[in-house]
Each structure stands twice: as C-alpha cells, then as structure tokens.
Design a protein around this ligand. Sequence first.
Ligand code: HEM
Length: 254
Amino acid sequence: MSWFKNLYASSIGKKLVMAITGLIIFGFAVGHMSGNLLIFLGPDVFNGYAAALQGNPPLLWGTRLVLLASFPLHIFSAIQLKRLNAAARPSDYGEWKPQASTRSSRTMIWGGMVLLGFIVYHLLHFTLRVTQPGLEDLTYNLDGAMVHDAHRMVLMGFAPTAMGIFHVVLYVSAMVALCLHIYHGVWSAMQSLGLNHPKYNVLRKQVAAAFAFVLLIGFSAGPLLTIAGVTKAAGEAFTKQSTQQVDSDATVRR
Ligand code: HEM
C-alpha cells in the first residue's frame, strides 16, 4: 500500500483519484438518467424498473457503497489539490491575476458544492421522502405485487403547484451546474488518464460537451415535461397501447 500512499501524496496521484472517482459518479449519472427516462413509459414500466432495482440487494448496495466511497474521495482530493495549487502559487510577484485554469478550478469547487447541496436535498426528497408531505407511503399494484409508486412520487414532486415549481427550478438549475461540472470534469479526467495529446484537445472538448449536453437534456426532461403535463399523458398513451397489444396478442392466440 505504500506505493499508493506515495502516489496519492503527489498532485498526479490526487488528480488520478479525482478522475477515477469522477468517472464512477459520471457512469452512475448516465445510468440514472437513462432509468429516469422510463418515466415517460408509464407507471408499469417505471415502477417495475424501480422495483427490480430495489429487489436486487447486491446491485443496490454495491452501487450505494461504491458511491459512498467515491463522493468523499472525490471531494477530499479536490480540496487537497486546491490547497496544493494555492501553496505552489508564487505570491511575491506583485498583484495576483487569475488565470483561466484557476478560474475554472474555482468554478469547479463552487459548482461541486452546489451539486453536493442538491444531492443531499435530492436524497431527503426522493429516497428518504421527508421533505414533501404525501410522498411517504405511495404504493402501486404491479401485477398483483404491491411495490413503491415511484412514478406517482415523481409526478407529485414536479406537480404544477408552488412546491412543484420550486422543485423544477431547483432540479433544473442543479442540472445546469452538473452540466458545467461534467464538461470540465470529463475533459480534465481524460487528460489525467493520459489522453492529453495536443492532437486530441479539440476532440476531448467536443466529447466532454456532448456528454454534458446529453445529461442536461436527459435529466431536465423529467421535471420540465412533468410540470407541463406531458409525462402523465405520455405514460397513459403508452400503457393504453401496450394493453391493446396484449389484448390483440391474446385474441390471436385463442
Ligand atoms: C432531474 C434530475 C433527477 C431526477 C428527476 C432524479 C430522480 C430520482 C428518483 C425518482 C429517485 C428515487 C428512485 C426510487 O425511489 O426508486 C432517485 C434516487 C437517487 N438519485 Fe436521482 N434524480 C435526478 C438527478 C440525480 C443526480 C444528478 C444524482 C447524482 C449524480 C442523483 C443521485 C441519486 C441517488 C444517489 C439516488 C438514491 C438511489 C438509492 O436508492 O440508493 N440523482 N433519483
């Protein structure tokens, strides 16, 4: 383990820890966003998906434990890197002028704090369900099995009420912060992991921008289309269509 200590003591080591934990959190975000998009397919599909995750303890707890380790490591190495950079900055050359790199790293720290605040609220809201009255005991009959009604919880979370408007503004603003954080994060993680040939600089920025944009749209679609009434209507249309399909398949079989 001493090689790890020696590596972590260097600024390269801290950057590597940040890059790896950042990519783990990013991978989770891509999976989470894809799962969230199932909300448009109605309660059967969305609640079935949520119940399948809840009913798979190794996957659920494995993911939770990896995230529980990744978030503090990511934040801790960010703080230590910031301190290292501040200590290395020459202070006796007159007035200090901010460089582009220090400006973006400050933005990353502030953006990261906004995201941390959002994630704490988000877990209290949708996982512990303690911030919004009515979300505590929602159940759904999924083919005879009573499961948590995650679909209804999201419709209520982003309903056209004062609280729903507050949530839409909060979630979409946080997703803008996530998008900026991911843009810079994916770009610099690729650099820390060795993809830093000048030939690929433009490509790295384009890849990072594409990922950030897809996450911004994919995550924001849920809150924005729910408050606009589209999520409920799309879910009803999809459920009706699949019920008709099941009925016509049964008629053909008979
Ligand atoms: C508009 C954005 C988002 C929406 C609508 C959303 C929606 C949800 C919902 C509905 C749940 C509860 C699932 C269930 O009860 O089965 C959940 C849980 C969770 N979300 Fe999000 N989410 C969003 C963004 C994020 C982001 C950006 C992160 C962090 C990268 C995140 C991290 C989590 C975590 C860690 C859980 C708890 C999973 C568990 O039970 O262990 N979410 N989210």
